[in-house]
Design a protein around this ligand. Structure first.
Ligand code: ADE
Ligand code: ZN
Length: 352
């Protein structure tokens, strides 16, 4: 499945079949995954045909080859091309069903999912998409036993979409489909400070607040998200390791980081021949979770994220704790969280 990339990610140890089986079987929570980025190259290719969108390549093989990203900006170009192929409510219904089937295959029981709202805010059947997502949530529970909530996000390089995105979120907020506001896209040149107004407005409406930060920009971006946007969790945040004061602050406040290891390797945030900075973050006492970001775009899935960390020396106990961290850092209401917690604690690796 992951043959496409010849690039090999750093490993320091081989792992037993038993540990691999446990990691696959463990019931999981995921807090950082993008619906559009979780849509595979073949589906995007089909949607392009269906919606008569011209991609800048002739063949599917060439399209697949475009997923070997040179850097973050190259990734974002491909991401944008993909999102442009997703146009109707039926497209989103189809993508969501495939997404949920894939999440079920990772034993994900609950996930909070980003929607790239800035890219679709114009000329988009917003009410129809909200209806489809609502149906998808119900189907996710019945068909796959997965809980799902959405966090639409603003793309930093499209600041003019900030308030239209907030309006879109508020349409689905009352119904419990949308639970918060996120901030994605290019960090370089688009600091958190540019989004204070819309975050203040979202906070007043009771929305949860998160933002990507500390991925392609260093600690100052994380400081900005924490102190100016007052977010509750940080997407990525791995470059916090560059600032000891920030590490102390994150430890003290136990602000959760949504760490996405394979994404960081694919986008060259972390060199391929180095251990992932999650080790330093965990050792510094920072509250971390494990996530897959844009799984098929990075030839990964949530199981593979945990397996990769195990191959870098993380123990079963550490990985299980990181998974429980995700449950506790989720935006689930306390009673639902307690029910998941009780269920997760019945998972006994020795029963496998
Ligand atoms: N949108 C989708 N994936 C992203 C990432 N890794 N960083 C910023 N924005 C994104
Ligand atoms: Zn992301």
């Amino acid at each position: 499945m992951f043959k496409r990339f010849m690039t090999k990610i750093y490993t320091s140890t081989s792992i037993s079949d038993e540990l691999a089986a446990r990691l696959r079987a463990m019931p999981k929570v995921e807090l950082h995954v993008h619906l559009e980025g979780a849509t595979d190259a073949a589906t995007v290719w089909d949607l392009a045909k269906r919606n008569k969108v011209t991609l800048p390549v002739e063949t599917f093989t060439e399209w697949q080859r475009m997923y070997e990203f040179r850097d973050f900006d190259h990734f974002l170009d491909i991401y944008r091309l993909s999102v442009d192929c997703m146009q109707t409510a039926a497209d989103f219904a189809f993508m969501l069903d495939r997404f949920l089937a894939n999440q079920a295959a990772q034993n994900v029981r609950y996930c909070e999912v980003f929607l790239s709202a800035s890219f679709m805010i114009e000329n988009f059947p917003q009410d129809d998409v909200i209806a489809v997502l609502q149906e998808g949530i119900a189907k996710g529970k019945e068909k796959y036993d997965i809980g799902v909530r959405f966090i639409p996000d603003i793309a930093r390089h499209l600041p003019e979409t900030s308030f239209p995105v907030l309006d879109f979120i508020l349409k689905g907020y009352e119904q419990g489909i949308f639970i918060g506001l996120g901030l994605g896209g290019p960090e370089v040149g688009f600091p958190p400070e540019n989004f204070v107004e819309v975050y203040d407005a979202a906070r007043k409406q009771g929305l949860h607040l998160v933002a990507h930060a500390g991925e392609t920009v260093g600690a100052e971006s994380v400081w900005g998200a924490l102190t100016k946007l007052k977010v509750e969790r940080i997407g990525h945040g791995v470059r916090s390791v560059e600032d000891p004061k920030l590490l102390s602050y994150l430890k003290e406040t136990q602000t959760p980081l949504e760490v996405c290891p394979v994404s960081n390797y694919r986008l060259k945030v972390t060199p391929l021949d180095e251990p992932h900075p999650l080790r330093k973050l965990v050792d510094a006492g920072v509250y971390c979770t494990v996530n897959s970001d844009d799984p098929p775009m990075f030839s990964t899935n949530l199981n593979n994220e945990y397996l990769t960390l195990a191959q870098q020396g993380f123990s079963w106990d550490e990985l299980w704790q990181l998974n429980l961290n995700a449950l506790e850092a989720s935006f689930l209401p306390e009673d639902e969280k307690a029910a998941y917690r009780a269920n997760f604690l019945t998972f006994q690796p020795s029963n496998l």
